[in-house]
Design a protein around this ligand. Sequence first.
Ligand code: NIG
Ligand code: FE
Length: 392
Amino acid sequence: MESVLVHNIGELVTNDATLERGLLGVLTDAAVLINDGVVVEVGSSSALAATPVDRRIDAGGAAVLPGFVESHSHLVFAGDRSAEFAARMAGEPYAAGGIRTTLAATRAASDRELAANVARLAEEYARQGTTTVECKSGYGQTVDDEHRSLHAAATGTDEVTLLAAHVCPPEFDGRIDDYVAYVVDKMVPQCAQDARWIDVFCERGAFDVDQSRTVLQAGARAGLGVRVHGNQLSHSGGVQLAVELGAASVDHVCHTDDADHEALAASDTVATVLPGADFSTRNRYPDARRMIDAGVTVAIGADCNPGTSYTTSLPFCIALAVRELRMTVDEAVWGATAGGAQALQRSDVGVLRPGNRADLIMLGAPSHTHLAYRPGVPLIRTVVRSGRPLSE
Ligand code: NIG
Ligand code: FE
């Protein structure tokens, strides 16, 4: 039982709506009292200063905010696709088929290699302020390879997703419905116990709406929560499918219309934008401004994966969301913290309030605005996860 006081915080983003201090619940001259990895009290620094604790962390007047919550990543992979990226920057379009390159390398990799890749990227996420990470399988697409991918994901991340239908594997070429049947009859029953979520890539070149629905319903029957890759490269129908199935989140959402926004706004489904993927594929950015104005809840993820978005930087994605998606700074910071938590249906992270996990980041800057105002600058000075500074 260690008690910790983080004090002398110039600006504290809590995301606590009950404080009635704007979207981010901002307090000034604040402190956070932590016991045994959990937030006990959030209040004024001078009022909490005399509290006897085991350890004090002086924020030196800087900004502190909840750790980022990444709700979309693909860290279980092997191989390298930098040549594909270079070709794309020289004018080649992105296509879902590129996933097959990683599929072959991942199938050939050992369990140790896959776990090491997850550890390496989870560490990268953490150093950049991310304290909760969701991770998908999806580069195996056989029962055995998905199974070991889920195990590798669980070694280094917090939320594990069975991406059962990411791309039709080569052995099912021309028989995509047979692959869907294989997922439903074999993969979901044998893998569901090792995941919390089921996901599909509902897209041209991947799985259509009916195939996606079949896979997601099988996952839901097996007790998994639903997430969808939807409307990334085309108006694929993934958004409407996600709403129909009560998905926790539909991710990418680059090709949407007003009917999609209305359906999302009337639902509990979060729209998760992944601007790093659009940046690295020269894809069109989601119309987050229009979505938020229509009443949609918008989260931000980095989508670290070897094909479309090889970044673990939520600060970079916040800067993109502000500059390119026309989100306000507050909306973007909320989206990468409380929004990510909402996309994962987690109430214990993303918000600094009593009872929640003590995950916070201290910036080398006086306000959260600097995350977007100083793009590309390493502003994360200290990361605290469950009450412990990261380096320990
Ligand atoms: O989130 N869109 C589908 N899946 C990944 C990309 C996978 C890949 O190209 O390897 C994404 O963008
Ligand atoms: Fe993805």
